[in-house]
Design a protein around this ligand. Structure first.
Ligand code: SAM
Ligand code: SF4
Length: 337
């Protein structure tokens, strides 16, 4: 009698020996918000729609990377829920052999109407951006007065059964301090992990300065005063966040110290922009044109070769803290956060 064994997943390494398991796919650069840390207030030039990879083209790239060893995907943007029929894409990607997990990052504005169909399509996890619970502060930072709609979207996602919901808040000095405890309190009562992300120099307005970043250790100090916590060992080896558990057992929080203590040594991800450019780092200054290959009739082996050669030169780390740091041309919404 033969015993069937599951084929072993290939291991994909970059030039530094880091194992790459994660592809973040931007499905659009468009957004219905205009967050100050990401987009300009107006006059945004978006990509022509025909430049966006189609669902079939996206799925083909995923089939190629899945054979190479990538098994986790995250859909992002821009606002991914602006892409028509997104649940259809989720289903197509979930159907690719080797893909174990499809997640999404969203501002949740349209989540109320789409949460059920996304869950039905097999979306496993949600990261939801929520920088402030205070109505005025939300309207100021997101340049849209709609915190209640976002909260309703999150509640619907919980109600339709999403088990893993994380709340992402960008941490900015002289803005976030008053929101931190409220957000943590909300996360604790709803069972969501709240993650604070240090403000990074990826804003379209190019107003980022180091002085505007609220650093991880300051965030921890604020939270500790109200909710005592202890660090969870080795959490950086699993994901980008340093995690802390509450001593009373009511959940945990994460801090993404992208500026003060980057997690680049443990980076396990690559990204693809909505117009089909492979980026090996959020802060890459060069891109690898997958769309050109795809639309030029290249074979899967050609795509694989481009991806492998890009991975050989994947950046060892970003240079925000170095004198020769050069901001990428694209702002966050056009890269895919
Ligand atoms: N529109 C979706 C959303 O906001 O969740 C997905 C795209 S957004 C670019 C992805 C993530 O990037 C969000 O959590 C957002 O807060 C974060 N982000 C955007 N600009 C940032 C910046 N300059 N620094 C740190 N995080 C940023
Ligand atoms: Fe839109 Fe997300 Fe950027 Fe805010 S962070 S402007 S919601 S893409």
């Amino acid at each position: 009698m033969s015993v069937e064994t599951k084929p072993q997943r290939p291991i994909l390494k970059d030039g530094m020996g880091r194992t790459i398991v994660n592809l973040r796919i931007s499905v659009t650069d468009r957004c219905n918000f205009r967050c100050t840390y990401c987009m300009p207030a107006d006059n945004v030039e978006f990509m022509d729609r025909e430049k966006l990879l189609s669902f079939e083209e996206l799925t083909r790239v995923v089939q190629v990377v899945a054979k190479m060893g990538i098994y986790r995907l995250r859909l992002t943007g821009g606002e991914p829920l602006l892409r028509k029929d997104l649940p259809t894409l989720v289903k197509m990607l979930k159907g690719v052999e080797g893909i174990e997990d499809v997640a999404m990052t969203t501002n949740a504005f349209f989540l109320k109407e789409h949460a059920q169909s996304l869950a039905d399509a097999g979306l496993s996890r949600l990261n939801i951006s929520l920088d402030a619970l205070d109505k005025e502060k939300f309207a100021h930072v997101n340049r849209r007065d709609c915190v209640q709609q976002v909260l309703d979207g999150i509640a619907t996602a919980r109600d339709v059964g999403f088990k893993s919901i994380k709340i992402n808040a960008v941490a900015m000095r002289d803005f976030s301090e008053s929101e931190i405890v409220q957000l943590v309190d909300y996360g604790r009562s709803e069972g969501f992990e709240v993650r604070f992300i240090e403000f990074m120099p990826l804003d379209a307005d190019k107003t980022w300065e180091r002085d505007k970043v609220l650093f991880g250790h300051e965030i921890i100090d604020i939270i500790q005063k109200k909710f005592p916590m202890e660090p969870i060992q080795d959490s950086l080896e699993i994901g980008p966040a340093s995690e802390y558990r509450f001593k009373d057992g009511k959940g945990k929080i994460g801090i993404i110290t992208a500026v003060s203590n980057p997690f680049c040594d443990y980076c396990n991800r690559i990204r693809m922009t909505a117009d089909g450019k492979l980026r090996t780092c959020l802060f890459s200054n060069n891109e690898h044109n997958l769309k050109e290959l795809i639309r030029g009739g290249a074979s899967d082996a050609d795509l694989e070769q481009l991806i492998r050669s890009a991975l050989v030169i994947k950046e060892p780390g970003h240079k925000i803290n170095l004198d020769d740091f050069k901001r990428p041309e694209r702002a966050m919404h056009a890269i895919g956060g």
